[in-house]
Design a binder for this molecule. Sequence first.
Ligand code: ADP
Ligand code: MG
Length: 334
Amino acid sequence: MMKWLFLFALPMLFLACTKPAEPHTEIVLGTVCTVNAFKDGTKALYDELFATLSDIDDKFSTQKPYSELVALHDSAGIHPRTVSNDVFFVVQQACHFSALTDGAFDITIGPLVSLWGINTDHARIPTVQEIARALPLINWHHIMLDEKNTQIYLQQPEMSLDAGAIAKGYAADALVQILHAKNVRQALIDLGGNIYVFGKKSDGSPWRVGIKNPEHPYGTPLLVLTTEETSVVTSGVYERFLEQDGVHYHHILDKQTGYPVDNNLLSVTVVAPSSLTADALSTGLFVLGKEKGLEHAEKIGVEAIFIDDSRTIWTTPRIRNSLELLQEGYTFEK
Ligand code: ADP
Ligand code: MG
C-alpha cells in the first residue's frame, strides 16, 4: 500500500511543482510579438508558437531574399510559381478581401510600399514620376491563382505582393490552431497590436481589450472593449510613418493616388473571430473612409470602430454597448 502511494505521490508532486513559463516576447514579422498562455504556458508551447511565427515571417517577408513573396516578384510576368499552402491561402483570402472592399485593400500594393520604403530604414517620399510608374502595377485582378497546383502567377513584370496588412492576422489565426490542439484554456496573443484573446479567463469574467488613443498611442487606452474570445486589430496613422517638412506620411496607402490615405481618420479597429479578416479589413475599411467603411463593415458582418481627427468615434451599432470610453474630449457618433 505504501509503495503505491509513493508511486502516485511522486508524479503529483512533480506536476504541482511545474510552474507555467513566463509569457514569451520576440521580434518577428517586423514587430514585437508576445504570447501569454497563462497557466498552460510551457517553454515547449512557446517554442512551437514562435517557430510557427518565424516560419510565416520567412515565407511572407519582402526583405528576406529567400521568401516566397520575393520569388513571386522575381517571376512576375515570366512564369507561375508553386507556393506553400500558407502563401496560397493568404493570397486567395487577400483577393477575397479586395473584392469585398472594392479594391481598397490590395495585396499587389508592393511596388508602392517599396517606393515609400515602408518597414525599412530608408523611408522617403517618392517622386511623382516614380508613383506614376508604380500605379498601373497595383491591380489584384492581375494575380492568377491555380488552386489545383497551388501556383500563383503575377501577370505583369515588376508586380509584387506585400502582406503587411494581412500576414499578422494570418499568423495569429495559425497560433490559435496550435492553442486549440494543445488544449490551452486561456491565452493572449499580441502581434504588434494585432490582438487575439483566446478561451476563457479562469475566473469566468470576459476579456477587456484596450484600444489605443491614436493621438497618444503609448498612453492610457482610449477605449476598453469587453468581449468573449475574438480578434481585435487596429490600423492607425501612428504605426509606421515618415515625417518631412512638418508633414506626416503614414503607411496606409491609397492605390488611386499613390500617397498615404488622407481622409481625416486616425485609426480603424475591426473586431472579428478571424484575425486575418480583422487585419485585412482594418486596412481596407481605413482606405474606404468612415461612411463607406461603416457600410461595408455591416454588410460583411464585422464590428468596427473609426476614430477621426475631430475626436469623434464612429462604430457599428452592435459593438457600441461593449465599449467604455476612458478619456475626456472624445465623443461617440451614431
Ligand atoms: P500595421 O502593419 O501597422 O499592423 P496595417 O495592418 O494597416 O498596419 O497594414 C499596413 C501595411 O499594409 C503597410 O505597412 C503596407 O505594408 C501594407 N499596405 C499599405 N496600404 C495597403 C493597402 N491599401 N492594401 C493592402 N496593404 C496595404
Ligand atoms: Mg491590417
